[in-house]
Design a protein around this ligand. Structure first.
Ligand code: HAM
Length: 428
């Protein structure tokens, strides 16, 4: 074993498997870009209070899972556990809400939660997220959900479900909260669960223990206690999703782990992943801007998609690609002068947009040609001392073994043409 290991629960991403990681991230961000979301790059750590206030003190994320430490100036900072609070902070700080609304932003990168590591649950997790801030229009809720759905479909995923609910507005909730709490206090629950109910009775409905599930089977549901405004909003979101052909299931017990949600909330669940089945989730957040000190009180809606879990879902469905990185051309040089010449040719080909790798080191023609075959390249360029003296090079099509001699002065153009032909036949 080596002296060092990555910290517990922190994955590395390396070839060939990293290809799927990149594909998931890029496909999801492309789906967002096609709907007009601009890239935002956020700090990886922020003031601890931003997350405490934004995400909510009573959540597991804030109370148990944050990586919080004092920096050298004795300020309390926290590695970002999620992206929404940071986006809202940036929107307020830079006055982005004074421009055209909604402000549409997309981000990707690592987030940090001190959770118990297991397959699909990491202490450094990767998300692609979008946030649309400033307009409370059910069509925008549907857009955000449809972007995620489109992203998953472009990746080839099929075995996922969309669970949908509405949490109503902050004014809908107190009456429901009281009704739920009264119901829960009438049950034979253990002390810890009763205490949890006092802090947030909604969380008890999300309790996975079968005995608690059974006891709460007839609990009052928030969906039955929505105000007219919230109910209309929810119906409008569903109408848009129906017209878009985005399938969903209403889950009246959907509870998200973050406190800022209001109205529409949703989660994408994949059944091939065992316990860590949530591959993405999000919702609308009405009070967050005010909560974080914004002068305006603008609503937002967004999602965070778990890139790690989406990759696992692709593998579970057998649609992962795990392509090794491939170059189009593999250069083999015999002798120092030929290898030096190939370094220059490789750089010229790369400048022309063609991916090139070389047989480095002095390994003999046979070994180098084997490496060329294994590389997955379409063409090998073979340069020996004799060819070099004649200012020529052997160009070999690795699939057929066909070989031709090309003048060194023409080689970049020749490879460019052959490569363009290949792209037309089988783009990759
Ligand atoms: P979240 O549900 O906490 O939402 O996280 C979003 C996704 O990140 C989850 O569905 C899951 O796929 C992935 N994820 C979370 N924790 C882990 C973990 N420990 N290991 C692996 N994957 C994980 C948010 O973070 C919100 N900011 C989403 C949002 C944006 N809501 C509105 N806008």
């Amino acid at each position: 074993m080596s002296d060092f290991q990555a910290p517990r629960g922190i994955p590395d991403y390396y070839p060939p498997r990293s290809a799927d990681f990149v594909r998931v991230r890029d496909t999801l961000t492309t789906a967002a870009r096609l709907a007009g979301y601009g890239h935002i790059e956020l700090p990886v750590f922020e003031d601890t209070a931003l997350f405490a206030r934004g995400v909510g003190e009573s959540t597991d994320v804030v109370s148990k899972e944050m990586y919080t430490f004092a920096d050298r100036g004795d300020r309390s900072v926290t590695l970002r556990p999620e992206g929404t609070a940071g986006v809202m902070r940036a929107v307020i700080q830079h006055g982005l809400d004074r421009g055209q609304l909604p402000v549409k932003l997309c981000y990707s990168g690592p987030f940090f939660r001190y959770e118990k590591p297991q397959e699909g649950r990491y202490r450094q997790l990767q998300q692609v997220g979008v946030e649309a801030i400033g307009v409370d229009d059910p069509a925008l809720d549907a857009e955000v959900i449809a972007i995620a759905d489109e992203g998953y479909r472009r990746l080839g995923l099929t075995g996922y479900r969309l669970e949908l609910a509405s949490l109503g507005t902050a004014t809908d909730r107190p009456a429901y909260r009281d009704a739920l709490l009264e119901f829960l206090m009438g049950l034979d629950l253990d002390d810890a669960t009763r205490a949890r109910a006092q802090i947030n009775p909604l969380r008890v409905l999300d309790d996975k223990r079968p005995e608690v599930r059974e006891l709460t089977a007839d609990a009052p549901l928030l969906l039955d206690h929505l105000s007219e405004e919230s109910a209309e909003h929810f119906a409008a979101v569903r109408g848009h999703l129906d017209r878009l052909g985005v399938a969903y299931e209403i889950n009246p017990r959907l509870v998200r782990g973050l406190d800022y949600y209001t109205k529409t909330t949703f989660e994408f669940v994949h059944d091939g992943l065992g316990a860590q089945s949530g591959i993405g989730g999000g919702g609308r957040y009405d009070g967050l801007m005010r909560q974080l000190g914004g002068k305006q009180d603008l609503s937002g809606i967004g999602f965070g998609i778990g890139v790690d879990r989406t990759v696992l879902a692709l593998r579970a469905e057998g649609v992962a690609q795990e392509e090794p990185p491939r170059c189009r051309v593999y250069g083999v040089g015999m002798g120092e002068a030929a290898r030096a010449e190939l370094v220059v040719i490789a750089s010229q080909l790369r400048a022309a947009g063609i991916a090139v790798d070389l047989a480095y080191g002095d390994r003999g023609l046979k070994g180098a040609m084997k490496a060329a075959d294994r590389s997955g390249a379409a063409f090998a360029l073979v340069l020996g001392e004799r060819e070099l003296a004649e200012r020529a090079i052997e160009l070999k099509k690795l699939a057929t073994g066909e070989q031709e001699r090309v003048s060194l002065s023409n080689i970049v153009e020749e490879v460019r043409l052959l490569s363009a032909e290949l792209d037309a036949e089988r783009p990759f």
